[in-house]
Write a protein that binds this ligand. Structure first.
Ligand SMILES: [Zn+2]
Length: 245
């Protein structure tokens, strides 16, 4: 379902991206950087309310840049010798990094949406693997699943002891509001920002993650050195959930 609002947002995104690339080509000072593609940029393009959303070179979002920065800094460790389940693998820089793992599994409920080699169908509601993965990554996925508490338990089971789930969701600062697929799509779009979202998360997602049995560390971009966060235009919050050993 495509609404006028989303078309306008997408058009604005392409326009500001073109302007930024033209400015760089004309010699504007590129004094910002993108940790997803490693290039210098003159700024980031707008998307919706976020004036510094995308990298004009590679398109990386604030959350994609945050993940790359945390990995580069060594604050997150890539399990190169391990197994990685990468849901909704649409962030190219992370596909490149995660696919270096010995056992890389890119997956989605609808794998046809992702031009990633070997992408397979995984329904998180049905995920029944046990103790296989060292890392589970899902950015903007949990707000799509019918029962996130069940999915969090499935993720916990699928991880090896000590394995980690790196979770990012759209957040507001109010408590989480749950919906369902029984609601009309238009109502989901109005309440949760997108027709295929069934809830809007607040900071209390942390409670749901802990209730599933994880240890949790939250890494919010606002806790990073402001000069660094500004340079890379980092944003978003990572819920770093660890399966106890
Ligand atoms: Zn980039």
């Amino acid at each position: 379902m495509i609404t006028l609002q989303r078309v306008a947002k997408a058009a604005g995104k392409h326009l500001t991206r073109m302007v930024l690339r033209a400015r760089k080509a004309m010699g504007a000072r590129a004094n910002r950087g993108c940790p997803a593609c490693g290039r210098t940029v003159v700024g980031f393009f707008r998307y919706g309310d976020n004036a510094e959303w995308g990298c004009p070179e590679c398109g990386a979002s604030p959350r994609e840049r945050l993940m790359n920065w945390l990995i580069d800094e060594g604050r997150l460790r890539m399990p190169v010798d391990g197994a990685v389940l990468h849901m909704a693998p649409n962030e190219g820089s992370l596909v490149r990094r995660f696919s270096a793992a010995r056992d890389y599994v890119p997956a989605d409920l609808d794998p046809s949406r992702y031009p990633v080699p070997g992408v397979r169908r995984v329904d998180l509601m049905e995920l029944a693997e046990e103790g296989r993965y060292d890392l589970f990554y899902a950015s903007h996925v949990l707000e799509h699943v019918p029962d996130d508490r069940a999915v969090l338990r499935n993720i916990l089971r699928a991880l090896r002891p000590g394995g980690e789930a790196w979770l990012i969701v759209p957040l507001w600062d109010r408590p989480t509001e749950d919906g369902s697929f029984a609601m009309p799509p238009r109502e989901r779009e109005r309440r949760f920002g997108q027709w295929d979202h069934v809830r809007q998360y607040g900071p209390d997602l942390a409670d749901r993650i802990r209730a599933a049995g994880f240890d949790l560390e939250e890494i919010d971009a606002s806790s990073i050195d402001p000069d660094v966060a500004h340079f890379y235009a980092l944003g978003d919050r990572l819920f770093r959930a660890r399966k106890p050993s």
